[in-house]
Design a protein around this ligand. Structure first.
Ligand code: AMP
Length: 618
């Protein structure tokens, strides 16, 4: 491997990168820098963000720029203003020892006059988003006639964002004699077209194989039942106590809903989607970058501008339609030498996509079991211990209190103290996951329940028919049902969703295929509800629930234990609830501490200090 020095970079540049602590070039730098330094041949480089691609094109370009000449020597086009600003900041760092060198960023959503002023004051490199760059060209404020280098960064992203026409128009304003450097993670067909149109005999290099996902990323998936998507997501998050990740959703509505549910369940999260203004987006991204948020729920489009190197996880709540988008999503983790996980939640139907994705990324997906309560508790517990051990002791602050504290613990052994401290922190977690079902078996179990219900009914019917035949009777619907032949159900819709008894009755009537089971007591709570229905319809009801949707949310109906006597809180009463303890969130409404309250209520009460969310490492 050659060093930066051996590549022939100038001392000004070498000193700057040395200060940054770059010791060895990354793979893409090793390939690109000598090529750009040695020849004027156009270049296509397959590399994602995180591979060191910015330095791969910036360093050799900077090395060749003559600052004594007037005019713009290089234009870098980037799909988003955030990436553009980052490239600009990197170039500023790399060029800090080059006398008289200037780089200017131009991008939409900001005052154009100050950008014009900066260009007029003179600069060597302009980094721009396609829209604003073209706008400036049209206003005759940006003259690219003298550029020696054209860099198209994240070219595939620019095309997928619909910048093809803008790129055409910008490129038409650059001289024929120039070196074009195209960086892209994937090679979609319209990029092949673009490269054919604007590049001459380009040489191709790659930071890995074409479209290959980062080797530091482990691609995993949970096989889920569709209705368990959200609880499975929570398991993935809870199983990674120090998670710092993005949860990708397909639509704005889904993004909002997942973020809201997670926030209600006490997670440190926010949503990033197209309904937010630029200022709101900046705010959310800023909080995520500075790790005030541990989880970001985002659409692919909205997350485009976000560039964070230390993500531990990318969670695919649902897979994107396009395989290339998966490559981008997963490439957001495992950067800069860190390990990363890309975990997808897949139903049996969605599992079929994996073959194609695996071909695309050249990697295998690992099917992993959805962690159970025990595993999560263990992981959280050890993480807690790790964190206790790593915590620095604020000597000067606690010194004065210590004698009194030691005295208070005097009658306890070290083991007892440890047990108590750990339990204080951890009991709620244990409580939360106590009796949590195995989501890996959910579908089988439900299948069994359905079959059992069906068999029971058939058995009853047979016995019933036999008895009636014996007695010469005709079967009639009983006139009156007592509470004992009612089953109580949980449904994941509540007042907050606009749910009402009338809606419930309507849903049941229209989805039970003509059956008219009697409905008993209906209790609409804030986040969820309970209702009683004539027994023997569980399987039909759950089948019907699969087809129902309310406010874009899937409906989940599960058998619950009978209502507790005295109308008390029914925490933990549902015997079969598919693991969505989020439902317990509602416990807060009725004032009781409960399993879900661990995630929300209890943590809120103690100043947001419990569980995984507290332990974001900075
Ligand atoms: P990029 O792919 O350009 O976004 O770079 C990803 C990260 O790697 C940035 O934080 C760079 O500062 C860093 N980086 C780039 N080149 C090197 C290198 N040769 N050694 C160490 N870090 C690097």
């Amino acid at each position: 491997m050659s060093t930066f020095k051996e590549m022939g970079l100038n001392p000004e540049i070498l000193s700057a990168i040395e200060e940054l602590g770059y010791v060895n070039p990354t793979k893409i730098q090793e390939l690109a820098i000598p090529k750009i330094l040695e020849s004027k041949q156009d270049l296509i480089a397959f590399a994602q963000t995180g591979t060191g691609k910015t330095a791969a094109f910036s360093l050799p370009v900077l090395n060749q720029i003559d600052t004594s000449k007037k005019g713009i020597k290089c234009i870098v086009l980037s799909p988003t203003r955030e990436l553009g600003l980052q490239i600009t900041a990197d170039i500023e760092t790399y060029s800090k020892n080059i006398p008289g060198f200037k780089v200017v960023a131009v991008y939409g959503g900001a005052d154009i006059t100050s950008q014009i002023r900066k260009i007029e004051r003179g600069c060597d490199i302009v980094v721009g988003t396609p829209g604003r760059t073209l706008d400036l060209i049209k206003r005759n404020r940006l003259n690219l006639e003298g550029v020696e280098f054209l860099v198209l960064d994240e070219a595939d992203e620019m095309l997928s964002m619909g910048f093809a026409e803008d790129l055409d128009a910008i490129l038409a304003n650059t001289p024929a004699e120039k070196q074009t450097l195209l960086f892209s993670a994937t090679m979609p067909p319209d990029m092949v077209k673009l490269s054919k149109k604007y590049m001459t005999d380009p040489v191709e290099i790659s930071a890995g194989s074409k479209q290959e996902a980062n080797l530091n990323v482990t691609h995993q998936y949970y096989k889920i039942n569709n209705r368990d998507r959200y609880p499975a997501l929570k398991r993935a998050v809870d199983f990674a106590p120090d998670i710092y990740g993005i949860i990708f959703c397909r639509t704005r509505a889904e993004t909002k809903e997942v973020a809201e549910r997670l926030a209600e369940d006490g997670y440190n999260t926010d949503a990033l989607h197209g309904d937010l203004s630029q200022a709101q987006r900046d705010y959310v991204m800023g909080r995520f970058r500075s790790r005030q948020l541990q989880l970001l729920v985002a659409t692919d489009v909205a997350a485009r501008g976000l560039d964070v190197n230390e993500l531990t996880h990318v969670l695919n709540f649902k897979l994107p339609d396009e395989d290339a988008v998966y490559v981008h999503r997963s490439g957001r983790t495992g950067r800069a030498g860190n390990e990363g996980y890309s975990i997808s939640l897949l139903t049996a139907k969605e599992e079929g996509r994996l073959r194609y994705l695996e071909r695309k990324i050249g990697r295998k997906f690992e099917k992993v079991d959805i962690p159970n309560g025990q595993e999560i508790c263990q992981k959280q517990l050890f993480s807690l211990i790790d964190n206790i051990k790593e915590t620095e002791i604020a000597n000067s602050h606690i010194e004065s209190f210590l004698p009194q504290i030691f005295e208070m613990f005097e009658d306890m052994t070290k083991e007892e103290v440890i047990k108590k401290i750990v339990s204080t922190e951890f009991n709620k977690f244990l409580e939360y996951y106590r009796d949590a079902p195995d989501l890996n078996k959910t579908s089988d179990r439900r299948e069994r329940d359905r079959n059992r219900d069906r068999d029971d009914r058939r058995g009853d019917d047979r016995r019933d028919r036999g008895d009636r035949r014996d007695r010469g009777e005709r079967r009639e619907r009983p006139e009156h049902k007592t509470a004992s032949n009612m089953t109580r159900y949980f449904i994941n819709q509540g007042k907050k969703d606009g749910f009402s008894p009338k809606l419930l009755m309507g849903m049941i009537n229209s989805h039970l295929g003509g059956a008219t089971p009697e409905i008993g007591q209906i209790e609409i709570m804030k986040m969820f509800s309970f209702f009683e229905m004539e027994s023997g319809h569980t399987a039909d009801l759950q089948r019907a629930a699969k087809q129902m949707e309310f406010n874009g949310r899937e409906i989940s109906i599960e058998e619950s234990s009978p209502k507790p006597k005295g109308g008390g809180r029914d925490r933990g009463e549902r015997k079969d609830r598919g693991g969505d303890r989020g439902g317990y969130r509602g416990g807060r409404d009725s004032g009781g501490r409960d399993g879900g309250g661990y995630r929300g209520g209890s943590r809120e009460r103690s100043g947001g200090s419990h569980g995984a969310k507290r332990r974001t490492r900075r």
